[in-house]
Design a protein around this ligand. Structure first.
Ligand code: 5AD
Ligand code: SF4
Length: 447
């Protein structure tokens, strides 16, 4: 019997890509290929790429040189680029990177077996067609995560927001929602196989809309929460303009919906928000935060911030810092602006903030956020949280780590606790990034 051809897949970028890689594994195993986690054993190497910032693309280019060296020794291997970079660069990628045999965009993964047949024939293969309908709804992803506890479930694809700086609408195409029953089935299966947490993912989950209003995101979230009350439900990413009160009330209603919202602000300056075409003002954003905190006082909130967008002045930057002080995010992802080709900003604005200024502003933003995260964590000292145990601490096998509902990482002595279990942990110390504590053994009080 002929050995199955083995493929390896490496994933960059966001959770959507993680989930897409799982689809790719599913499609290829059904077509008779075999997945290997070791690229030295692979006949085919896939790189699932991200284009959101220039640095993401630079990293992928670096990886390609590694595979180029490998290909010199192992002549027959196929190197395939998937995802956003494939979609953005199309056949240019084949021209620029000799090592690449295949270029496949995010909506063309069903074609992978056919495209591989072309590449195995010695020809270059490409499919970068975007679709208005493809959601891979019927495909059960093959889970690649290591712990078997926590998983992503894709609920929609694409993005219609067209923020001026963002490449995503160009690489992932139009917004489309996945059929609710297939989402529910996938979560039910995960629950049956022992998973304890799912994160519903999409570029902008608040725009989930099945059949023209038949089911919105809050209603989908409720359905998800009702599947298994011992399963935690998370979601990402929300969009300030689209996040409804109904969603907030649904979160409050179900204890297994985690009290954590990732709500990107991008900038604290109204002028910059307008230039970014975000569609909301600073005050609108603050009002959304107040609405969340009124209904869910213990809700953690994280954000994305971009430093040095086109025409950003010192005052605009100060506005971002003051917004951070006002909102007090528990956590933030912080970036320097980088021009993405063909976006509205690339076509219409000048990237006029110097690299040095971008760096300086980003450093100030990070420094402030570190201080705020530490203050937020200090408020948790002495409190007890229910933790879902995800694994052993990287630093010591005597310790386990897990997360609170608020998505904060907690490290504590392992004792008799097991991965996948819930445990109550009292917080005794913290850094800006982690909470430390010990598990509280509940004893029955004698009366
Ligand atoms: N430059 C820097 N950061 C960007 N992001 C998106 N596009 C860019 C860009 N051109 C950031 C935004 C977004 C996150 C996913 O990446 O903050 O929310
Ligand atoms: Fe980009 Fe805006 Fe869509 Fe987020 S919502 S992916 S920032 S276009």
């Amino acid at each position: 019997m002929e050995d199955k051809r083995k493929f390896y897949i490496e994933t960059y970028g966001c959770q959507m890509n993680v989930s897409d890689s799982e689809l790719v594994v599913s499609i290829l195993t059904s077509a008779g290929f075999q997945h290997t986690p070791d690229y030295n054993l692979a006949d085919i190497i896939f790189i699932n790429t991200c284009s959101v910032r220039e640095t993401a693309e630079t990293r992928v280019r670096g990886r390609l040189t590694v595979f180029k060296t490998m290909k010199k020794v192992k002549k027959g291997i196929i190197v395939a680029v998937l995802g956003c970079m494939a979609e953005r660069l199309k056949d240019k990628l084949l021209e620029e990177e000799q090592v690449v045999d295949m270029v496949v965009g995010p909506d063309a993964y069903r074609q992978l077996p056919q495209l591989l047949a072309v590449a195995e024939n010695g020809q270059k293969a490409i499919n970068v067609l975007l679709s208005k309908e493809e959601t891979y709804a019927d495909i059960s992803p093959v889970k690649l995560d290591e712990n078997g506890i926590s998983s992503f479930v894709s609920i929609m694809r694409g993005c219609d927001n067209m923020c001026a700086f963002c490449i995503v609408p160009f690489t992932r195409g139009r917004e489309r929602s996945r059929a609710p029953q297939t989402i529910i089935n996938e979560i039910t299966e995960l629950s049956k196989t022992g998973y304890k947490e799912v994160t519903l993912i999409g570029q902008n989950v608040d725009k989930y809309n099945w059949n023209d209003g038949e089911l919105n995101f809050a209603q989908l979230l409720e359905k998800a929460a009702l599947i298994d009350s011992s399963m935690r439900i998370r979601f990402a990413t929300s969009y300030p303009q689209d996040m409804t009160d109904e969603l907030i009330y649904t979160m409050a209603k179900y204890p297994n919906i985690c009290k954590y919202i990732h709500l990107p602000i991008q900038s604290g300056s109204n002028a910059i928000l307008e230039k970014m075409k975000r569609g909301y003002s600073r005050q609108w954003y603050i009002d959304r935060i107040n609405a969340i905190r009124k209904v869910i006082p213990d809700c953690a909130i994280s954000t994305d911030i971009v430093a040095g967008f086109c025409s950003e002045t010192d005052q605009d930057h100060e506005d971002t810092l003051s917004l951070m002080e006002e909102v007090k995010f528990d956590f933030a992802y912080m970036f320097k602006y980088s021009v993405r080709p063909n976006t509205y900003a690339a076509r219409n604005y000048v990237d006029d903030v110097s690299e040095a200024t971008k760096t300086k502003r980003l450093e100030e933003i990070i420094k402030l956020q570190n201080k705020i995260s530490l203050e937020a964590n200090r408020k948790d000292l002495g409190k007890t949280f229910q933790i879902l145990i995800e694994g052993y601490s990287k630093r010591s096998t005597d310790k386990l780590f897990g997360r609170t509902s608020q998505n904060k990482v907690v490290v504590f002595p392992a004792e008799k606790n097991k991965i996948g279990a819930y445990v109550d942990v009292i917080i005794t110390s913290c850094t800006q990034a982690t909470l430390n504590g010990y598990s509280v053994i509940k004893t029955l009080k004698q009366t």
